[in-house]
Write a protein that binds this ligand. Structure first.
Ligand SMILES: [Fe+2]
Length: 267
């Protein structure tokens, strides 16, 4: 699968510029400083839709991660396989001008603007790779995979982290959404929980409703270090030491969106 960058229209490039400029301005006092620093180090820019033939080699040279184009939503285990081999999958379709603020499925702006910069951050990138390796070790256990999706959801997609200036965003689902960025930083309904493996793995998520619960890391090492505790938790569940009923598995709705379907690009 390749991107076919020359098929993007002038309108696509303008939509990217509107999204990029608006969101980066909004994130200046909301995103964690590592994200903003990494954005500066990346090959991403406002003026045009990113060309993966430039973006991916730039990322690989800096961190050994690559962008992998996928068609359609891929199985969780395939996604784990990609992460374990330091590849992050992206769609290539971009929302249209009338969809700036609402999407049912993640597009390239989410996959690239939201996710890619933090792969320049070593501890974050190591976490993602080790998360994938952990997923592969548990790929035959559906309960374990559902719990690992929670960890991914409440960190890589919707994670918050405490910095000297206050709580900041590092989750891509927030970083790429103008509305949700503002919502999570200012809405009184938002519940910010202290990050703990037990709390995260016991929290069902829904991908069809606005998020109300978020988890706040105290530091990046906490993210990396949580994987051993996560695996111990999975072992306890498998051994029956943690009651499955306590995990509220039936309340989980949908799966982590591993990638969005690739739409036909006009041109
Ligand atoms: Fe995502």
């Amino acid at each position: 699968m390749i991107q076919h960058w020359n098929r993007y229209t002038r309108d696509d490039h303008e939509v990217w510029e509107i999204l990029f400029t608006r969101q980066l301005a909004s994130l200046q006092d909301k995103a964690c400083h590592e994200y903003l620093d990494c954005m500066n180090r990346s090959a991403l820019k406002a003026g045009e839709v990113p060309d993966f033939s430039v973006l991916s080699p730039h990322l690989r040279a800096a961190t050994s991660w690559e962008v992998e184009v996928v068609k359609g939503i891929i199985p969780v285990t395939d996604f784990m396989e990609l992460l374990a081999s330091r590849r992050f999958c992206s769609s290539t379709w971009l929302r249209q001008r009338h969809q700036l603020d609402y999407l049912e499925e993640p597009d390239m702006f989410h996959d690239i603007f939201g996710h890619i910069p933090l792969f320049y951050h070593e501890e974050y990138a190591d976490f993602a790779c080790r998360f994938g390796q952990l997923g592969l070790r548990w790929k035959h256990d559906a309960t374990a995979l559902a719990l690992l999706e929670r960890l991914y959801w409440f960190t890589i997609e919707f994670g918050l982290i405490r910095e000297a200036g206050g709580v900041r965003i590092y989750g891509a689902g927030l970083l790429s959404s103008f509305g949700e960025t503002n919502y999570v930083m200012s809405n009184a309904q938002v519940k910010r929980h202290e990050f703990s493996v037990r709390a995260v793995l016991s929290m069902p998520f829904r991908n069809d409703a606005i998020q109300t619960d978020y988890f706040v890391l105290e530091s990046w090492p906490q993210l990396w270090e949580c994987l051993a505790e996560t695996e111990a938790f999975l072992q306890d569940v498998a051994a029956g030491k943690i009651a499955r009923e306590s995990l509220r598995l039936h309340e989980q709705k949908g799966s982590v969106e591993m990638a969005a379907p690739e739409a036909e690009i006009a041109g």
